[in-house]
Structures are given as C-alpha cells and as structure tokens.
Design a binder for this molecule. Structure first.
Ligand code: PGA
Length: 261
C-alpha cells in the first residue's frame, strides 16, 4: 500500500443486475457495512446506467457511506449521439467517479487513446473523478514490454491535463490477462507497475493521484495484493456482485489503512 491516508475500492458491476436486483444488492451492502468496522476507505458502486437512480436513492434514504460511480461516459455534453450518456446527466444523479477507458470499452467499443484523453479531460473539468484504466496484454508482458506499454497509456491518457486536477485522477492498473480470468499478478509485479505508473504521472501529482489494482481481486487474494502491491485500493469486477465478497475486500483495505494510522 502507498502512503495515502485513505483507501479506495470501486465495485464495477459491468452489464449485470437490473435495477430491482441492484436495489437489493445495495441494501445488503448497507446492512453488512453497518455491522462491519470499516474506516478510512472510500467505497464506490458503479452499476449499469439504468440502475444509478435506484442505487443512489437507496444510498440517500438509508444514509449509506457509499459513493456513486459510473462505468463509462461520452466526452461531449450532449447532442446527436444515439445511445450515449453525458457527464451532466451523471452528475445530476450524484455520480462522483467515472471509469474511463476500461479495457472492455477499448476492445469492444473502439475507445481509442485519444477518446480516453478527451473523456478524462471532460470528466475532471466537470469536477468529477476519472478512474482511468491501463494494462498490458499477456503477449505484451511475455515480450517484456509491459512497463513501456503502461507508461505510454498513462502518458496519452493524461496528456495536457492540468496539475490542479491531479486529485481528480485515479489510475487503475488492470492487466488484461487478469480480468475475469482468476489469474492475478504477484504483489511484487503489481508494486512494480504501481511505481511505473507513479513515475509516469507528472512529478507533482504523485501524492494526489491514487493508484488501484484491478483484475480477479477476490476476498482471498486481496490481503496479499494490498500488503505487497503498493496500491491505494482496488477496482473490483466479479467479486463486487455479492455483498459479502465485496465487503470482505473493502474490509481488507480498511484494515490495512487502520493499521497504518
Ligand atoms: P474482475 O474485473 O474483477 O471480474 O476481474 C475487474 C475489472 O474489469 O474492472
């Protein structure tokens, strides 16, 4: 873990759970959270767009300590872009964190590095936090090119972003070969990449820009990854779909930060 004083855990529900199921999961998370001693962690839920209003209502009504997130957004404010969602729409719903350039958006929906940069620029300009995803494929890693690849991705994503926005940027290291596969890098490999990422952000950003790890994070590997990985928390996919599993991961991050204080 790094020297920051608060952890960050984001649950990316991907294209799972309709709004009724989402309400149910949020309520379960609320009950478990109340019965678990969790401190020093910002916990973010990033459900599908159609669930955001419902999840936000449960968070508000039950006064749950969760922040709203979204999995993607269009970089323009509005217009003829059938099927897209804008930043003002999400902000109105109370969304604070937006995942930008997830590898699934890059791979299946043609999100280029340039669009990632435009989206990140628009998200931070709106006062929200952009969680930009970077990570190499297994081929790139086998070729020994992972560090250069990730460094370049970070460089392009942050191109021309002003330093005043440093704390509105979170970088999530998500190696493609670990997403949804059950394969995870060692803590040392994560730490190496976290340090590559910190070296790739402008030098005065380092303290303010959080670095997360994502890719098959589960309750049983979270502690090692946290202990040895030098990250500020996790971006969790599959394991964020059950209240128990997700809260166990949040608890691991909480315990690490509480020990430190
Ligand atoms: P996973 O997904 O935890 O299911 O591997 C992580 C992600 O894609 O953000």
């Amino acid at each position: 873990m790094s020297d920051r004083h608060e952890g960050l855990v984001i649950g990316n529900w991907k294209m799972n759970l309709d709004h009724v199921e989402a309400i149910h999961l949020t309520q379960q998370l609320g009950v478990l959270h109340r019965n678990t001693n969790i401190e020093n962690v910002v916990t973010v839920l990033a459900p599908p767009f159609t669930d955001i209003r419902s999840v936000a209502s449960v968070i508000e009504a039950d006064r749950l300590p969760f922040q709203m997130g979204a999995q993607h957004v269009h970089h323009l404010e509005g217009g003829a872009f059938t099927g897209e969602i804008s930043i003002p729409m999400l902000r109105r719903l109370g969304v604070k964190y937006i995942v930008v350039g997830h590898s699934e958006r890059r791979e299946y929906f043609g999100m280029t590095d340039a669009i990632v940069n435009q989206t990140l620029t628009a998200v931070v300009a709106a006062g929200l936090t952009a969680v930009v995803c970077v990570g190499e494929s297994s081929t790139t890693r086998e070729e020994g090119d992972a560090a250069r690849f990730v460094r370049d991705q970070v460089g392009v994503a942050l191109d021309r972003i002003k330093s005043k926005f440093a704390s509105n940027v979170v970088v999530a290291y998500e190696p493609l070969w670990a997403i949804g596969t059950g394969a995870v890098p060692t803590g040392e490999q994560v730490a190496e990449m976290a340090s590559t990422i910190r070296a790739a952000v402008p030098s005065d950003w380092e303290e303010r820009t959080a670095v997360l790890y994502g890719g098959s994070v589960k309750p049983d590997n979270a502690e090692l990854l946290m202990r040895n990985g030098d990250v500020d928390g996790f971006l969790v996919g599959g394991a964020s779909l059950t209240a128990d599993g997700f809260l166990q991961i949040v608890k691991v991050v909480s315990d690490c930060y509480s020990k430190k204080r």
